[in-house]
Write a protein that binds this ligand. Structure first.
Ligand SMILES: NC(=O)c1ccc[n+]([C@@H]2O[C@H](COP(=O)([O-])OP(=O)(O)OC[C@H]3O[C@@H](n4cnc5c(N)ncnc54)[C@H](O)[C@@H]3O)[C@@H](O)[C@H]2O)c1
Length: 424
């Protein structure tokens, strides 16, 4: 029998690592977990947070180097979380697994497909499999709908669509050296709305499509894409994708950070007998919740509404329960993210170029805090038309649209070469 509470370490203190610290403090107060060590390369900038989180009183050891931390604590930790920059995940995951540590790795696992394959291989020898922190898989109502899809109740899935409009100010791309980058320190980063901030929903779409049990994500077959950028970054901030998977012939995803208005994140699953509108993060009076409407083609309508708990807390707790044997598997294993990383890779291989939005189609505005936002002219209409008719911007009557292209999975080996060509 293990002693409780489980001893945990966190790599990182600021950025999203702070969200990990906050939920782990909550779990510590409930006697379920105990933070024993943490680290950050920018410790001097973390002093306020270090005080707020009361590390000294809680007896938490702080390191500058994550390697020094895991080397010192490998025999004391029950698990570790890695909420660090994306391009460092591969190395950090490998060093932790080598030392026998169960890993809760933030999403996305990596956006370098070849690196993902190596990580999957490394994980196959891990004592406990790694979990990738895609937050929404934990939702029981989501799992229930997936079960009903698998039972055939709604008929076959014909199409899945999603629009993600997530405004991000110019400062978002300056918060960390890797933000908005294709490559940093000679490593693929591929940070974008699709690969990072809104990636949860791409993983969710592939979850709906997966046929092999509730926890399955469907392999991607082909991808057609156009990529644009309105911000002054290396990568893309506006993405249009048509994809097919083994199970679903028509997946349409359009996302942007170059907007002012945030729209609800609704996953639309068009089946033979019904259309399912699944909003996993709907605003409610109490916080957020699930708002799912099933519109049957015979006119019946079902509504499922339930509040969300703290999804990050539930995800970390689920992994802790997997480590102690109370749960049979992590919610998302590294291997389960292959379809997502493949899809993200094929965007670049298909599109081949990221086109800049000309100045005269960009509108700049400032919010009350002085943050600068860039919006592409009529972006909502362009995204909606794409979702409705599958006409890429290059096929719509707008002047900035430029033709992209198609790719299929065997071309994934060209990812590195093509991304490097994009920089020329
Ligand atoms: N699940 C979610 O909803 C969600 C939300 C936001 C971010 N994320 C994910 O969290 C991860 C971190 O993103 P972020 O924007 O917070 O990144 P970030 O650049 O802010 O880094 C997070 C922290 O890690 C520290 N750090 C950087 N390099 C380090 C190193 N070598 N050793 C130790 N610490 C180091 C940074 O100083 C920072 O404090 C990414 O994978 C991102 O996609 C997930």
């Amino acid at each position: 029998m293990r002693e409780t509470p489980l001893k945990i370490g966190i790599i990182g203190i600021g950025g999203f690592a702070l969200a990990h610290h906050r939920v782990i403090l909550e779990l510590e107060q409930k006697g379920l977990l105990k933070l024993i060590c943490t680290c950050d390369i920018y410790l001097d900038m973390m002093q306020e947070t270090i005080k707020e989180l009361k590390f000294e009183e809680r007896g938490v050891r702080i390191f500058e180097s994550y390697l020094e931390m895991i080397e010192n604590f490998k025999n004391h930790l029950d698990l570790i979380t890695i909420p660090s920059p994306i391009h460092l995940h591969g190395e950090m995951h490998s060093e932790c697994v080598k030392r026998g540590l169960p890993v809760y790795l933030e999403k996305p696992p990596t956006l370098d497909y070849q690196e993902l394959l190596k990580m999957i291989e490394i994980d196959s020898s891990a004592k406990k499999q790694t979990n990738v922190g895609f937050n929404f898989v934990v939702q029981k109502a989501r799992q229930k709908i997936k079960e009903r899809i698998l039972s055939g109740e709604f008929g076959k899935i014909k199409k899945i669509t999603f629009i993600g409009m997530w405004p991000r100010p110019a400062s978002y791309f300056k918060r960390s050296p890797w933000a908005g980058r294709l490559i940093l320190d000679n490593k693929l980063v591929l940070d974008s709305c699709f690969g990072n901030a809104i990636s949860h929903y791409v993983h969710n779409i592939l979850f709906w499509a997966g046929r092999n049990g509730i926890f399955s994500w469907d392999p991607v077959k082909t991808v057609e894409a156009e990529l644009y950028k309105a911000h002054n970054i290396q990568g893309t901030d506006t993405v249009f994708v048509l994809a097919s998977t083994e199970n679903v012939p028509d997946i349409r995803i359009a996302m942007t950070h170059a907007c002012i208005e945030k729209t609800p994140d609704i996953e639309k699953i068009h089946c033979e007998k019904a259309t399912i509108y699944f909003e996993g993060n709907a605003r409610t009076d109490e916080g957020t919740g699930i708002n799912c409407q099933i519109c049957w083609h015979d006119g019946k309508k079902e509504v499922i509404a339930e509040p969300n708990g703290n999804l990050l807390l539930e995800n970390i707790l689920h992994y802790a329960n997997y480590v102690t044997g109370k749960e049979p598997r992590p919610l998302t294993k590294l291997l389960d993210t292959e379809p997502f990383v493949m899809l993200n890779s094929l965007l670049y291989i298909g599109a081949r170029k990221i086109y800049e939005i000309p100045q005269n189609y960009k509108h700049v505005s400032y919010d009350a805090n002085g943050e600068t936002y860039i919006e592409i002219e009529k972006i909502r209409k362009v995204l909606e038309e794409f979702i409705e008719t599958s006409s890429f911007p290059s096929m719509q009557k707008i002047n900035w649209g430029k033709k992209g292209g198609k790719a299929s999975r065997e071309q994934v080996r060209n990812l590195n070469k093509i991304v490097r060509m994009m920089l020329k």
